[in-house]
Design a protein around this ligand. Structure first.
Ligand code: SF4
Ligand code: ZN
Length: 313
């Protein structure tokens, strides 16, 4: 749709540059930026994600989503004198990729005056992701992709880093796209109960688990990228060299194709899950959380996924 000659439906003054197919809005740059920031505020309030005096750890990878989120939260946080923001970047050890992202993350933190912490797979687990991939290729017995290892190891690293800095909340930049992909992936993997745990804001399930929140969970990925572009925020553009191997990539392509033909389908999936989640939670609760017999971190199994994976390596 050509929106060049259309007036913004919000301010009714400036020319629109963006059409939001699922709502019918046509927005100018200013109103678009405002709409994203308001949506984040509304999402935080709706799910009661943050308290006025929280120490908030933001997971910042250096990509468009996390850097945009850092900028939005830094703006919101200014109004809450007792709240504070700290950024955490996980260095998985991916040569030629994460080094650039780390620089961009640090640059953005400096610009916003946000304290920045880096935690690496190497210091935490004794392996970089590159060395894990190399070892697995030599062994050729694990059917898992690099992302499967990376995701599990990063989740644990973020929780440890957030706990170490005594953060009240760990905030991640998962978008509506990430959330709907994860819902489908959990179904594809036969791990539906995970949907119960991966909600917009997690419960205080265990003293060693920092509560997680996702203020972008109702914002499409396209719009977080556009937010960064309009506000001239620098982010890493290069895709991870291992990304194409993941099933998530196929799910992303599939969902985008359907969304193009049927605007709003991602919201429908997300909202459907919100409705059935309480029932899933009841079942998941029975499983409960224990501490891993190897590392002591919270898990639903006797040995946590990270320790199981590290043993395979
Ligand atoms: Fe890790 Fe996969 Fe993301 Fe690369 S694409 S950073 S391997 S989860
Ligand atoms: Zn406008």
């Amino acid at each position: 749709m050509n929106v060049a000659s259309v007036t913004c439906t919000a301010c009714k003054r400036s020319g629109a540059f963006f059409f939001r197919p699922y709502s019918g809005e046509k927005l100018c740059r200013r109103c678009f930026v405002k709409s994203i920031e308001e949506k984040v505020r509304d999402t935080i309030a709706k799910y009661q994600m943050l308290d006025f005096d929280d120490k908030i750890a933001v997971a910042v990878s250096g990509g468009k989503d996390s850097v945009s989120l850092l900028h939005v939260l830094a703006k919101i946080e200014k109004k809450y004198s007792k709240a504070s923001i700290v950024a955490i970047t996980v260095d998985e050890g991916i040569r030629g990729y994460r080094d650039e992202a780390l620089k961009i993350a640090a640059e953005n933190c400096k610009k916003l005056g946000v304290e920045h912490h880096v935690i690496s797979f190497e210091e935490l687990y004794g392996f970089t992701l590159d060395s894990i991939v190399k070892r697995l290729k030599q062994k050729s017995e694990s059917g898992l992709t690099p992302c499967a290892y990376c995701g599990v190891l990063r989740r644990k690293a973020l929780n440890i880093a957030a706990r170490n800095i005594q953060a009240d909340k760990l905030v991640t930049a998962h978008t509506l796209d990430d959330e709907t992909q994860t819902i489908l992936l959990n179904i594809f993997h036969g791990d539906v109960l995970r949907i119960a745990r991966e909600k917009p804001v997690t419960d205080e399930a265990h003293p060693k688990l920092v509560q997680k929140a996702k203020p972008f969970c109702e914002i499409p990925e396209k719009e977080t990228a556009l937010y960064a572009y309009v506000r001239k925020i620098r982010f890493q553009n290069m895709p991870c060299p291992y990304a194409s191997e993941a099933l998530r990539n196929d799910v992303r392509i599939m969902l985008n194709r359907i969304e193009e033909k049927h605007a709003g389908i991602k919201f429908t999936i997300f909202k459907s899950m919100e409705r059935i989640r309480p029932a899933l939670e009841e079942i998941a609760e029975k499983e409960g959380l224990k501490e891993c017999s190897e590392c002591g971190e919270p898990t639903t199994e006797r040995i946590c996924r990270t320790c199981q994976m590290l043993k395979q390596i």
